[in-house]
Design a protein around this ligand. Structure first.
Ligand code: GTP
Ligand code: MG
Length: 208
């Protein structure tokens, strides 16, 4: 099935990944610029954020799924209804990278489209001494073998959170300039620094 959301002013993103990798933390950092140190297991939550830009209403729907509980039917429905996917693992948890691999397989199977927009996110890079997954290895698998985007983030320290959403929106074909937060950010950064090689993405994306 091929998918097109060009000129669409509503987009649906879904966050998938193992339990505790930081899906909710990334979404909350993006929506509210907050960070909750405690792990509160998500069942399923849909967030809806509307922006008005130049008289045009733009809606971003973000589906936060559960890594803690297995709901195959709900997951399949989320996959069917989504425009772009964030596959999240934690850099201190190699098992969670394995989960990303099988979730990707599931997405491709459900969407039946190998060009499905997917962004792989290695979260918790602030846990330097606990890191067990090398970014170099994942980068080569994700970008070269899978042809998806890859970045590493820290919801805790607000590193690359905005970049991740920007990438998802771009991949879903919703122009990122429609998002006022991204728009503000774009105005404050020199053009070339917005597109860094993934390995150098250590800049913090502050939501002002
Ligand atoms: N150090 C660090 N901890 C994080 C980061 N992101 C999330 N956490 C912590 O990891 C735990 C799990 O985060 P959640 O966002 O709830 O994880 P989740 O992927 O939504 O988990 P489920 O809802 O159970 O699938 C919490 O204690 C967070 O505070 C991060 O970037 N760095
Ligand atoms: Mg959660």
């Amino acid at each position: 099935m091929s998918f097109k959301v060009k000129d669409k002013t509503e987009v649906r993103l879904v966050f998938l990944g193992a339990a505790g990798v930081g899906k909710t933390a990334l979404i909350q950092r993006f929506l509210k610029d907050t960070f909750e140190p405690k792990h509160r297991r998500t069942v399923e939550e849909l967030h809806r954020k509307e922006y008005e830009v130049g008289g045009m209403k733009v809606t971003i729907n973000i589906m936060d799924t559960s890594g803690s509980y297995s709901f195959p039917a709900m997951r399949k429905l989320s996959i069917q209804n989504s425009d772009a996917f964030a596959l999240v693992y934690a850099v201190d948890d190699p098992q969670s990278l394995e989960a990303v691999k099988s979730l990707r397989e599931e997405i491709l199977e459900v969407k039946d489209d190998k060009y499905t927009p997917i962004v792989v996110i290695g979260n918790k890079i602030d846990r330097h001494s606990e890191r067990q997954v090398s970014s170099k290895d994942v980068l080569s698998t994700v970008e070269l073998d899978w042809n998806h985007s890859f970045l590493e983030s820290s919801a805790k320290e607000n590193v690359n959170v905005l970049e991740a959403f920007k990438e998802l929106l771009m991949q879903a074909n919703l122009p990122s300039w429609l998002n006022p937060t991204l728009c503000r950010r774009r105005e404050t950064i020199p053009k070339e620094s917005t597109k860094q090689p993934p390995m150098n993405k250590t800049n913090s994306c502050l939501i002002s």
